[in-house]
Design a binder for this molecule. Structure first.
Ligand SMILES: NC(=O)c1ccc[n+]([C@@H]2O[C@H](COP(=O)([O-])OP(=O)(O)OC[C@H]3O[C@@H](n4cnc5c(N)ncnc54)[C@H](O)[C@@H]3O)[C@@H](O)[C@H]2O)c1
Length: 417
């Protein structure tokens, strides 16, 4: 029930009352071209594939704070109080269930609304019970779980994460290798529910949970929503590379004053975020294929916690470019964005598309949803695709594929026969 999730929930409630447009949501506003360019068939995505209607969504959440949805949205301070008033009763009705939480994984937070139990397996059982009770109480057919919790400390996979058996044993023996987000992910996947991770922590991105997702028919997506500075980076970098303009350095710095910024002020949580933010340029620019242009690129990313700005992040990028004959140039980007305003439509799209994927019989990693993430999960042995435009093509082609429509290659020779 933090900034991202309350902005998503309150926003969706406002949109379905007709009080605001779903700006930024591809699922609600995007179109998909079908067939040849001269056929004039470009339906809305939501008319092309059978997405759940916003009217049918019901929201539930866990948090370490007891604040209801309205109080949490006021604390987040993203949506104006006058707008929140218009959906206040619906938000007040969302009372977070006690969280799976251990401060060792998120050092800057402490709360009282926390589950207790003999071990992590039993606590996962409590999460599953919450899920079932929610489904029952609201008469729901299907569910989707999205981790919009804080960024946990940096962790890498260990032997415990290799197989479902080892993972379940580790849950029972309370192994340190299993942070809270993994307990939620496990609970969702055991229940056959789609799971997405909006944060950069490991969570479901381990072989054991990948296997569980496939076995139980749960689609999975992650990690770390691509908003703000990284979104702009994955828009600008493919353009520079397309024209073979060299990049000697890319310095990115931000000021951010929300609770996410406070959590990321802890070096161990920042490390998780830093890894996620830094990987994009390596994959987009491919220094191994273009060593003259990108091999020595100096990429620095900073996040500075600065409370006066709240959720209104300001990012600065200085990009040192190299052109024809080695002449240097510079590009400066100053992005005054609103973090959760950029994130909320992504959460909505993930809910709708993951639910669609589940109904289409898709399970495990959903690479076509890479479009939404800074560190897209991918099959072992494959490199992740970070270029926003390739990601969009992959997403739309997947929708065409689902509906048996011709895939679009953009070859276009047939128009000149
Ligand atoms: N806003 C963006 O643009 C953006 C982009 C990419 C990723 N993210 C990530 O999304 C996550 C949420 O961001 P936010 O701005 O909403 O942060 P936030 O601090 O406002 O919200 C996080 C919420 O998670 C709760 N929480 C922490 N651990 C929990 C647990 N174990 N169980 C239940 N609740 C728990 C916190 O109490 C808090 O209410 C962060 O990890 C952030 O890094 C945000």
């Amino acid at each position: 029930m933090g900034a991202v999730s309350t902005t998503f929930v309150a926003g969706t409630l406002l949109i379905r009352k007709g009080l605001a447009p779903p700006t930024g949501s591809l699922a609600e506003m995007g179109t998909v071209r079908l067939g040849k360019r001269n056929e004039g068939r470009t339906p809305l995505i939501k008319d092309f594939v059978p997405l759940a209607s916003l009217d049918d969504l019901v929201f539930g959440a866990w948090d370490i704070f007891e604040d209801n949805g309205y109080e949490a949205a006021r604390t987040a301070g993203v949506i104006e109080p006058s707008m929140l008033e218009q959906v206040r009763p619906e938000l007040e009705a969302i009372k977070p269930w006690p969280a799976v939480f251990d401060q060792r994984y998120v050092k800057r937070l402490m709360g009282t609304n926390v589950k207790t139990g003999a071990n992590k397996l039993e606590i996962a059982g409590q999460v599953r019970a919450d899920i079932r009770a929610f489904k029952e109480a609201n008469g729901l057919d299907r569910l989707v779980m999205i981790w919009c919790g804080s960024t946990e400390i940096f962790m890498t996979p260990t032997a415990v994460h290799d197989s479902i058996e080892a993972f379940e044993q580790a849950l029972e023996s309370n192994a340190d290798d299993i942070p809270s987000s993994m307990v939620y992910a496990y609970a969702a996947l055991v229940e056959g529910i789609p799971y997405a991770n909006a944060a950069p922590n490991l969570s479901a991105d381990i072989p054991a949970l990948d296997r569980l997702a496939i076995d139980n028919g749960s689609p999975v997506a992650g990690k770390d929503l691509k908003t703000g500075q990284t979104l702009i980076k994955t828009i600008v970098a493919p353009g520079l590379k397309a024209r073979l303009i060299g990049v000697a350095g890319w310095f990115s710095t931000n000021i951010l004053g929300n609770r996410d910024g406070e959590v990321l002020d802890d070096p161990e949580s920042f490390k998780t975020k830093e890894e996620s933010k830094k990987s994009v340029l390596d994959y987009i620019l491919q220094p191994d294929l273009y060593p003259t242009l990108y091999r020595n690129l100096c990429h620095v990313v900073r996040i500075n916690y600065y409370p006066p700005r709240g959720d209104n992040k300001e990012g600065w990028d200085n990009i040192d470019l190299v052109g024809w004959l080695g002449y240097p140039m510079q590009l400066k980007v100053n992005f005054l964005c609103r973090d959760s305003i950029l994130a909320a439509p992504i959460v909505l799209d993930l809910v709708l598309f993951l639910d669609l994927a589940k109904r289409a019989g898709m399970s495990g990693i959903q690479e076509w949803l890479s479009f939404y993430f800074k560190s897209p999960v991918h099959a072992p042995g494959l490199y992740p695709e970070h270029d926003l435009f390739i990601q969009l093509m992959k997403l739309k082609n997947t929708l065409r594929f689902m509906r048996g429509e011709e895939l679009i290659t953009h070859l276009g020779l047939e128009y000149y026969d």
